[in-house]
Design a binder for this molecule. Sequence first.
Ligand code: 13P
Ligand code: SF4
Length: 346
Amino acid sequence: MMYPDGMPTATQDAPDYTAEVARRTAHVFKNARNAITEQEWPHLAADIDSILRLKAARNAVVLAHNYQTRDIYHCISDITGDSLALARAATEVEADVIIVCGVHFMAETAKILNPEKTVLIPDPEAGCSLAESITAADVRALKAQHPGIPVVTYVNTSAAVKAESDACCTSANAQKVVEAMSASWGIDKAILIPDEFLAKNVAAETHVEIITFPGRCEVHERFTLDQVRRVRQAHPIAAIIAHPECPPEVVSEADFSGSTQGMADYIKTKKPEEAVLITECSMSSNLAAEYPDTNFVRSCHLCPHMQKITLEKVSNSLLTMGHEVTIDPDIADRARASIQAMLDIV
Ligand code: 13P
Ligand code: SF4
């Protein structure tokens, strides 16, 4: 059933979906038609309506990672992207409030780069197994063990870990940062932490000797070579694209490996008829809506941390101005220097 203006009508189990809400959110539904179905819309529109009004009232901007669910990614975000794109965007935001739909380290990065702004995360429990795998004390111990070797730290870490590092990197630029740091330190070695697989995948592509740490992404470590081979057999024409947090044997079996934005760019430029993204599930759903000419074969796992961010929590966050991200100023200053070292290189 549709309202006369082409919007789905209220259903009994979506009582907040009034004609007024339908009218105010019509432009969003129109833009998200490939991502959200008519059946889903009545259940989402009231939260989306309240978020849009609160965003305007608070002068807030929503940064959303590529792994966010379709409703957040397509209906309420102002800027979407990979960790690097979100960090860059955070340096340019003019709004008073930044609300990060992603995991905690992403919100911390936004705060580090924008200390004078209010940065909110809708669920502070949205963590990351990589960020939790390493502490500042671990980095100090590594530096003592390998003096004179630059420490390059993946952004998927806490501010305290970044503060102990010489430069940050993301999956989009890890090799470039490692090579630039090793060249500027005049030593053919670098410590790349905490993701062991990312470090090994970079090591396979560079002349720089890489010292690793045993951190893992709980989502990407689950993909196996056997799975990829089976997918290849079942879908011989599909482009297989793997995130560099996957095990090295998975990455070397793939046709392309890149950050989540690198994956999106691959689909945009190569326009494969069929694609398999060896990464978090929501990514395929978001890209399927943007690139309807590519058939996305779903072979993926969900990140339980990314999934903690919901429309309802975003709405509550803007209403109560909770959960504000705060960082000790000394740690933030030192972490900013590491992030800036990366931004100066890429
Ligand atoms: P990207 O920087 O590639 O978006 O990766 C972030 C992440 O958490 C992947 O698991
Ligand atoms: Fe962290 Fe992995 Fe989730 Fe990315 S997918 S946020 S690396 S746990």
